[in-house]
Design a protein around this ligand. Sequence first.
Ligand code: SF4
Ligand code: SF4
Length: 380
Amino acid sequence: MDFKPAKKLGFGLMRLPLNEGATDAADVDVEQVSKMVDIFLEKGFTYFDTAWMYNAFHSEDVVKEALTSRHPRESYTLATKLHAGFINSKEDRDKVFNTQLEKTGAGYFDYYLIHGIEESMIDKYEELDCFNWLLDKKEKGLVRHAGFSYHDTPELLDEILTRHPEMEFVQLQINYLDWESEWIQSRGCYEVACKHGKPVIVMEPVKGGTLANLPDEAAKLFKEHDSAMSLPSWAVRFAASLDNVMVVLSGMSSIAQMEDNTSYMQDFVPLTKDETDMCFKAGEIINNQIAIPCTGCSYCTEGCPMKIAIPRYFSLYNENMRENMAQKGWTINFTNYGNLVAAGAGRASDCIACGQCESVCPQHLPIIENLKLVAGHFEG
Ligand code: SF4
Ligand code: SF4
């Protein structure tokens, strides 16, 4: 059975817009999300992607408010996930799943994923028999299609797909910046999925916004080629142009982003070979300038005992590195850093090196070392 949606753009519900002045990711602007959902469906797109902990555990509630209670069930498909961080027993799997059914009001899930598999988690997923548990949900009609999202090496992916041929699809981090990266290995993982005949769902095509906000030299390449196309459109279309990619998820945060993404993905035209090469060229330029390749996913913050605003600090630091501090001496980011601390976040220098954050970071970043850079820069 072909379970691929007709259109390749998926609405990722992990960076939802917040109400004005909100500092809590759970304080979602539901009215704006509802408008975004309507635009998405009106233009013929169908695939929505949420997860247990997105938007501070509130994304699945927003699904009910903005989507399932407002649109017929057959007009959309919904994906959600089971994450190892929230299960410690076989009973916990059902507790999470039943709560997800209740929160979303979806009745069943079109796609269900074992979330963020990597070496540190695979044993737990196997010990708690999550793969068979997921097949049982399929047999009961509560899940239509089973797969997993993945953040590790091509070799481990090959092992898992060999052991679990029953998995129907995989979700991978693919973007033109990470295509050959030593840590993410987008190309290698993509090729393994192809070898096993598994359709791919792409996450982080814009790398948490990094590929929407490019250094001048990289932006110039794209703008000179086609000034009408937005910078993030190159990243989304790069991923969508790969054969075997069934959906590209974009974590849209505004109506403007929704309008832009849907405009070029409605009648999608794959990139040419020259355009793909241009993306790789831009990737080289960016890789030479990016200081800390954090995607802002926030997986690391929940368990930090010192309440350090890790992705916010990395973002401020990256901005300052790009602002060419040697020339400027001071930027507004010093004030922004102070404001975060004043609002209750721990300082970068408060890090006690417990390692919790590094154990959950899907980008495998040396967070503790990077926080030392941040502390030296903003507090020194
Ligand atoms: S290592 Fe530092 S930043 Fe990471 S969780 Fe521990 S205290 Fe927080
Ligand atoms: S440091 Fe890692 S876990 Fe934390 S926000 Fe960045 S990419 Fe995500």
